[in-house]
Design a protein around this ligand. Structure first.
Ligand SMILES: Cc1cc2nc3c(=O)[nH]c(=O)nc-3n(C[C@H](O)[C@H](O)[C@H](O)COP(=O)(O)OP(=O)(O)OC[C@H]3O[C@@H](n4cnc5c(N)ncnc54)[C@H](O)[C@@H]3O)c2cc1C
Length: 637
C-alpha cells in the first residue's frame, strides 16, 4: 500500500515554513552520531553531501566516475530557473509555481512544486556566494533568458556551461567537507544493491569498478541521487554512464517506481547520423530565444536552406502557437517537429530534421551577440556537423533527454522504503508529465541544499534504528547475490555484446514507446522486450573477468536492468489512456493534434510495486489533489 505523501496542511504559501517550524530536529551534538550514505555526485548528490556534512552528519559519497565532478550534471547547458524577478517582468513565486504545474500538464503535486518555486531564489544566492560565474548585465545584475513554456525571463546561466559551473560550486562545497573529514569519497564505485534491515534502508553493496571488489557499507539512512534513465532509449543526450541500476535495485527491494512512462524528448538535438552512433548531442533550448524554427512549405523540397525564399518557409511554431511561438514547451515543440517531418517536409538527407535559423538575430544585432551568449554551443555544433551555424541554419531533431518518472517520494523526499531518500532526477517529484527547461538544475539543488537537510533530520530524530554493521548477515547475503549475478553474466558466452542488446532495446523503445504512443505499438513493445531479455540471458558475450576494469561487465548489469525497466515504462504508458505532457497517446488527441487529458480517470501518480520477477507489478495510485490551480486545457496558442 502507498504510504502517506505527508503533505503539510494549511495555506499553500505557509506549508513549508510552518512544517519546518514544527518538525523534529536532531540536536547539533547528536548529528555526528549518524552515518549517511549518498549515492551520486551530480548537482543533487553533491549539494546534499555538502549540506549534510556542513550540519555535522558523517557522510559517505559514492559515484561511478573517477571524479565527482564528472557526474552527468556537468553537461547541463542552458540554465537554471529562479523567481528572482530581476528583469522586473512580473515574475513571482506563484508564477513559477503555476508555470511548472501547467507545464507538467497538471500531473504533479502542488505542495512540492510550490516549495520548489519558493526555495528557487535561495539557490541563486547560495551559488553566487560560492562564486558560480553567472552571466551578468552591463550594470552588474545577474542576467536572465527565457526557456520554453513561460512568458518571463527567469533563467540564470553561465554561457552554455551552466551545469558545469554549478557543479564546480557544489563540488567545492563538498570538497571543503572532505578536507575537514566529514565526507569520505568513494569514486569508481557502482551501487548494486540496497540493504534493508527491519524494513528500513540501512546500507548498500557496491562494486569497485577498477578491481571488481564487492564492498558493503552500513548507515542510518541512504540518499539516492543517481540521475535519470533516459538511456533506456539507447540514443539519448545523457552521459554514457547514466543508468537506472541503483533505482531499479531499490525498486526490487520494495521502493515504488512512479510514472515511469513520463519520459522527455527534447526538441533541439543534433539529428542521428548513422546506425553506429552511441550518443546524441543537445543544442540547448536557450537557443530558441534567438533562433527561429522552420521547414520548407513544400514536401520533398531538398534545396539548401539559404536558397528557399521566405515565402516558401513554414515557421510552424510561430504559426501554430502565436503566443509562445518558438518557446513552446518541449513536448509541444517535439511533437510539432515530428508532425512536419511525417508530412515529408523535414530538412536534410534523411528528412528527419528541422531548421533552427539565427539569420534574423544576426541581421538585427550581429554575430558577436550570439557568440557571447552561446559561443560554446555554436562551436560544438560546427565540430560535430562540419557546418557553420552562423552561416547555415542548424539542423535539429527531437531526442530522448530527461525523465520525469523515478522513485516515488513523499513530501520529505523519502521513498516508500523508510530511510531511503531520493533526490534530483532520480525521483518523480516535481515535473508532472513534462518538465520545463532549466527546472531540473533548480530541482536538484533545491533537493540537496534546501530540502534534505531538514527532512532527513526529522526522519532520524524519530527513527528506531538498531545497531548494524557491514559484517551482518543481511550484507553478506546481498554480496553473495551480487557475486552470483556477475558470475552468471560472465558465464553466458554467447554472441551479442551488451551494446548490441542495448541498441535493440532502444529501437523498440523509440519506435513504440517514444514521442507518440498507441495501443498496438505498446503491446508490440510488451511482447518484444521480454523476448529480448530472454535472449540477453542466453546469448550475451563479455570478455575479461570480474577482477579488473571491465566496461562490458558494467554495461551488462545496466542493460539487464534497462531490459526490465523498458517493460514497466510500456506497461505504465499502456495503462494511461490519455495524453498528458510528454506522454502522447495517439488515440487521445484533438483534431489539430493537441494532447487530450482525462482528469476524471487519470489525475494520479502511478506508483508501481515490485512483486517478484515472475509476477506482474501492482499499480498503486496517489490521487492528485488540485486545490490551488484548477486544471484546464493546456494551451500555448
Ligand atoms: C545535455 C543536457 C543538458 C541539460 N541542460 C540542462 C539545463 O540547462 N538546465 C536544466 O535545468 N537541466 C538540464 N539538463 C538536465 C539536468 O542536467 C539533469 O536532470 C541533472 O543534472 C541531473 O542531476 P542529478 O544530480 O539528479 O543526477 P546526475 O548529474 O545524473 O548524477 C548522477 C550521479 O549518480 C551517480 N550514479 C548513478 N548510478 C550510480 C550507481 N549505481 N552507483 C554509484 N553512483 C551512481 C553518477 O556517477 C553521478 O555521480 C540537461 C541534461 C542534458 C542531458
Amino acid at each position: 500500500m502507498l504510504p502517506d505523501s505527508n503533505i503539510p496542511s494549511g495555506a499553500l504559501e505557509q506549508k513549508w515554513s510552518s512544517y519546518r517550524s514544527t518538525m523534529k530536529v536532531v540536536a547539533p551534538a547528536n548529528k555526528r552520531k549518524f552515518q549517511i550514505i549518498i549515492i551520486g555526485t551530480g548537482l543533487a548528490g553533491a549539494s546534499a553531501a555538502a549540506s549534510l556534512a556542513e550540519l555535522g552528519y558523517q557522510v559517505k559519497s559514492f559515484c561511478i566516475q573517477d571524479s565527482p565532478r564528472r557526474a552527468h550534471s556537468v553537461a547541463a547547458q542552458g540554465g537554471i530557473n529562479a523567481a528572482k524577478n530581476y528583469q522586473n517582468d512580473a515574475d513571482t513565486t506563484w508564477r513559477l509555481f503555476y508555470d511548472t504545474i501547467k507545464g507538467g500538464d497538471y500531473r504533479s503535486r502542488e505542495a512540492n512544486v510550490y516549495r520548489l518555486a519558493e526555495v528557487s531564489v535561495n539557490i541563486i544566492d547560495q551559488c553566487v556566494a560560492q562564486g558560480v560565474p553567472f552571466a551578468r548585465e552591463y550594470g552588474g545584475l545577474l542576467a536572465n533568458r527565457s526557456f520554453g513554456g513561460v512568458q518571463v525571463s527567469r533563467t540564470f546561466y553561465a554561457r552554455g556551461q551552466t551545469g558545469q559551473q554549478l557543479l564546480l560550486g557544489a563540488y567545492s562545497a563538498m570538497m571543503r567537507q572532505v578536507v575537514s573529514g566529514q565526507i569520505e569519497l568513494y569514486p569508481n564505485r557502482e551501487m548494486l544493491d540496497l540493504v534493508v534491515i527491519d524494513g528500513k534502508a540501512r546500507g548498500i553493496v557496491c562494486r569497485d569498478l577498477y578491481n571488481g571488489t564487492i564492498e558493503s557499507y552500513a548507515a542510518d539512512a541512504v540518499v539516492l541521487a543517481t540521475g535519470g534513465y533516459a538511456n533506456v532509449f539507447y540514443l539519448s543526450t545523457n552521459g554514457m554512464n547514466s543508468n537506472v541500476t541503483a533505482s531499479w535495485r531499490c525498486y526490487k527491494r520494495g521502493a515504488y517506481f512512479s510514472n515511469p512512462c513520463y519520459t522527455q524528448i527534447h526538441p533541439t538535438c543534433i539529428p542521428v547520423s548513422g546506425d553506429y552512433q552511441s550518443k546524441l548531442t543537445l543544442m540547448s533550448e536557450s537557443l530558441r530565444n534567438d533562433g527561429r524554427i522552420w521547414v520548407p512549405k513544400k514536401p520533398g523540397d531538398k534545396r539548401p536552406p539559404n536558397e528557399i525564399p521566405e515565402s516558401e518557409r513554414d515557421y510552424y511554431l510561430e504559426r501554430r502557437y502565436p503566443t509562445f511561438a518558438n518557446l513552446v514547451p518541449r513536448d509541444v515543440a517535439s511533437r510539432a517537429a515530428k508532425a512536419v517531418c511525417d508530412e515529408g517536409r523535414g530538412a536534410g538527407e534523411t528528412g528527419l530534421s528541422v531548421y533552427l535559423d539565427f539569420s534574423d538575430t544576426i541581421a538585427r544585432v550581429g554575430e558577436d551577440f550570439l557568440r557571447d551568449k552561446y559561443g560554446n554551443l555554436f562551436d560544438m555544433y560546427e565540430r560535430i556537423t562540419g557546418e557553420d551555424p552562423y552561416r547555415v541554419p542548424m539542423r535539429i531533431y527531437p531526442a530522448s533527454h530527461y525523465v520525469m518518472g523515478g522513485l516515488w517520494v513523499d513530501y520529505n523526499l523519502m521513498s516508500s522504503m523508510p530511510g531511503l531518500f531520493v533526490l534530483g532526477e532520480a525521483n518523480f517529484s516535481d515535473h508532472g508529465a513534462n518538465r520545463l527547461g532549466a527546472s531540473a538544475l533548480m530541482q536538484g539543488l533545491a533537493d540537496g541544499y534546501f530540502i534534505i537537510p531538514y527532512t532527513l533530520g526529522t526522519y532520524l530524530a524519530g527513527a528506531e534504528l538498531r545497531n548494524t554493521s557491514a559484517d551482518s548477515t543481511e550484507f553478506k547475503e546481498t554480496e553473495a547475490n551480487i557475486k552470483n549475478r556477475i558470475d552468471t553474466l560472465l558465464a553466458i558466452k554467447g554472441n551479442k555484446t551488451p551494446v548490441d542488446f542495448h541498441r535493440e532495446l532502444g529501437k523498440v523503445m523509440w519506435n513504440d514507446v517514444g514521442m507518440a504512443r498507441n495501443k498496438s505499438g505498446l503491446e508490440h513493445a510488451l511482447a518484444e522486450i521480454p523476448k529480448l531479455r530472454e535472449e540477453f540471458w542466453q546469448n550475451l558475450t563479455l570478455g575479461g573477468d570480474d577482477s579488473h576494469f571491465n566496461k562490458n561487465l558494467e554495461l551488462a548489469g545496466r542493460v539487464a536492468d534497462f531490459l526490465e525497466l523498458g517493460e514497466l515504462i510500456a506497461r505504465d504508458a499502456l495503462g494511461r489512456e490519455e495524453s498528458c505532457g510528454a506522454h502522447f497517446r495517439e488515440e487521445h488527441q484533438s483534431p489539430d493534434g493537441e494532447a487530450i487529458r482525462d482528469d476524471k480517470n487519470f489525475s494520479y501518480v502511478s506508483a508501481w510495486e515490485y512483486n517478484g520477477d515472475d509476477a506482474a507489478p501492482t499499480l498503486n495510485k496517489e490521487a492528485l489533489n488540485h486545490e490551488f490551480v484548477k486544471p484546464t486545457q493546456r494551451s500555448y496558442k
